[in-house]
Design a protein around this ligand. Structure first.
Ligand SMILES: CC(=O)N[C@H]1[C@@H](OP(=O)(O)OP(=O)(O)OC[C@H]2O[C@@H](n3ccc(=O)[nH]c3=O)[C@H](O)[C@@H]2O)O[C@H](CO)[C@@H](O)[C@@H]1O[C@H](C)C(=O)N[C@@H](C)C(=O)N[C@H](CCC(=O)O)C(=O)O
Ligand SMILES: Nc1ncnc2c1ncn2[C@@H]1O[C@H](COP(=O)(O)OP(=O)(O)OP(=O)(O)O)[C@@H](O)[C@H]1O
Ligand SMILES: N[C@H](CCC[C@H](N)C(=O)O)C(=O)O
Ligand SMILES: [Mg+2]
Length: 522
């Protein structure tokens, strides 16, 4: 990301950075460093270029490109220093055995974020980070605060929005964003902290005032060695080097474990009936969206604006976080009632002519077994007719979760297995793994394979609407859940990203079904 850099403070020099690293300053005159990047393609004049060793290449191979783009200095490891020298690049080079591990702290010095006053809220967990971040963001905005947001969908600084490439930006980009937010007068920033970010030092040099843990379930086992390793990455957010205080949802065993081992003061929250925690949730027996949150002497009567028991949890976590940040109970209660639009999470797609003979369509970002199960369990009670689920798994990501995703999807009456982002993998083999799980688990439901995602969505809507056979009770009581891509606007196939938006495709499919139903009744 090259956008949203702060106005350079211009006070940090190569000698200052060398001193921070406890290494000798490179020979030659000292120079001001006004920015940092780890991507040669994003270098701006005056930048320190961090040439990092990676899984596929070494950043130092791009040193001459970085120099031509105006880099002032290079940070790299000994192998990188050799590569820089071989290219004849004459720039001051700071050498460190683990450049990634010092990059966050150097970025903080360059951007002045080591003196950040703005409160920071960091959210980690397998599912619910984006949703909870939006809930906190929209509540703080409703309270009249200026709030920054960083996460899977976008970065927001006041009214400015920039689409995200990653959930948690790399350290130089993160510090640049935080400095920009501070310069533009944000009162707080709420952000998602992925496990990749924690493992790859992306949030080094940042101290969160409040860290949240939502839950842990299977994902990313391509990157993390096993669940223990994945948990350890998440748990590292709850240490004094990273956060001052925490709020941990203890509904799953990982949350309980984290609460037991946390090195910082934490509050616990549970939604389990009769559960013991600092914050408890009592759901209204007559309305699953209404609940009472009790904790620290406060009692808040809240309504989750989003469907599903898990969104009661997300809303409760957001409300407790507000109170822990010092918002008073009455204000927090009002603020979390404000409508949070969370793009691509349980998002309804409707044709705008108000007709009532079409199935409901929901686009959701469920791409783990646990999320698919939670989403379908949330949608089943609001579906009197056929529940159709369109799902698929991403390529070049955790392979072990694919069959489990299929098994979870088999909670629907009709499962259509399709492509997500195949990336460099063979789409047919990815579908095969998901299909295996769905077929093993289905209790009499239908499992179909439709590789082309556009066709899969059209098919799902047609079955649910009753214009194609396959649904037991098609029409307005049926529901189509399109899982996995949520807010995404592209589909990555073999290194190319093709424009694709599940919401737009669902709308076209609904319009086509409406036309067919109209013709049939004419
Ligand atoms: C597994 C992973 O996270 N890899 C990240 C890692 O890649 P890498 O170490 O393999 O780097 P590499 O491709 O070998 O390149 C080495 C270095 O050369 C640099 N380079 C490379 C080419 C060039 O022309 N110029 C250049 O400077 C690269 O910026 C890099 O610093 O460092 C790269 C540079 O920052 C990242 O782009 C890359 O993220 C990849 C693209 C990725 O897909 N990451 C995903 C899995 C991710 O981070 N996901 C999480 C979790 C999502 C969630 O659950 O919410 C996220 O936070 O988004
Ligand atoms: N608290 C929760 N528990 C279980 N499932 C959830 C929870 N919140 C959301 N989900 C499900 O997980 C999906 C992803 O939710 P969300 O985008 O909020 O999570 P995330 O942690 O940001 O995910 P990612 O790591 O991919 O960015 C949702 O679309 C929903 O199906
Ligand atoms: N942040 C998640 C996104 C997955 C979304 C899904 N559409 C896919 O491509 O697998 C990840 O990097 O694993
Ligand atoms: Mg997210």
């Amino acid at each position: 990301m090259t956008a949203l850099r702060p106005t350079p403070a211009g006070s940090t020099s190569i000698a200052v950075l060398a001193n921070a690293l406890s290494v000798d300053p490179p020979a030659g005159p000292d120079t001001v460093v006004s920015g940092v990047t780890l991507d040669s393609r994003s270098v701006q004049s005056g930048d320190l270029y961090a040439a990092l060793p990676g899984a596929t290449t070494h950043g130092a191979r791009f040193a001459s490109g970085a120099r031509d783009a105006g880099a002032t200095a290079i940070l790299t490891d000994p192998v990188g220093a050799q590569l820089v020298a071989e290219q004849g690049v004459v720039l001051p080079v700071l050498v460190h055995p683990e450049p990634r591990a010092v990059l966050g702290h150097l970025s903080a010095l360059v951007y002045g974020t080591d003196r950040l006053k703005m409160p920071l809220i960091g959210i980690t967990g397998t599912n619910g980070k984006t949703t909870t971040a939006y809930l906190i963001h929209s509540a703080l905005v409703a309270l009249g605060r200026q709030v920054g947001l960083i996460g899977t969908v976008e970065t927001r600084i006041g009214d400015e929005r920039v689409r995200s490439v990653r959930t948690t930006p790399e350290a130089p980009d993160l510090h640049a964003l935080l400095a920009t937010m501070a310069q533009r007068g944000m009162d707080a920033c709420v952000m998602e902290v992925s496990s990749h970010a924690l493992s790859q030092h992306r949030v080094d040099g940042v101290i969160y005032d409040l860290a949240l843990f939502t839950n842990l379930s299977q994902d990313h086992l391509d990157f993390h060695h096993d669940m223990e390793d994945y948990f350890a990455a998440k748990a590292s957010l709850f240490t004094p080097a990273r956060s001052q205080s925490g709020l941990v949802c203890v509904d799953d065993d990982w949350g309980l474990r984290l609460a037991g081992q946390s090195e910082i003061p934490i509050d616990t929250l549970t939604t389990q009936p009769g559960g013991l925690a600092d914050w408890t949730v009592t759901v209204d027996p007559h309305d699953p969206h209404r609940f009472v949150l009790r904790g620290r002497g406060d009692e808040l009567h809240l309504v989750s604006a989003l469907p599903g028991a898990f969104n009661v949890t997300n809303t409760a976590m957001a409300a407790a976080a507000l109170l822990l940040l010092g918002v008073d109970g009455a204000a927090a209660q009002r603020a979390v009632l404000a409508d949070p639009h969370v793009p691509g999470r349980m998002e309804r797609v409707v044709v705008d002519d108000g007709r009532d003979d079409l199935p409901a369509v929901v686009v959701d970002y469920a791409h783990t077994p646990d999320a698919i199960r939670a989403a379908l369990e949330a949608l089943r009670p609001v579906t009197a007719g056929t529940l159709v689920c369109v799902t698929g798994a991403g390529g070049d990501r955790d392979r072990d979760k694919r069959a489990a995703m299929g098994r979870a999807a088999a909670l629907a009456d009709v499962v259509i297995v399709t492509d997500d982002n195949p990336r460099s993998e063979d789409p047919g083999s990815i579908r095969e793994a998901v299909l295996r799980g769905a077929r093993a688990e289905t209790g009499g439901g239908t499992v179909l394979e439709v590789g082309d995602r556009r066709e899969a969505i059209a098919r799902a809507v047609a079955i649910a609407a009753g214009v194609e056979p396959g649904g037991d009770a098609p029409g307005a009581t049926a529901l189509v859940a399109i899982m996995g891509k949520g807010h995404e606007t592209g589909q990555e196939i073999g290194g190319e990203v093709h424009p694709f938006d599940d919401r737009a495709e669902a709308l076209s499919a609904l319009e086509a079904a409406a036309t067919q139903l109209g013709e049939a009744s004419a």
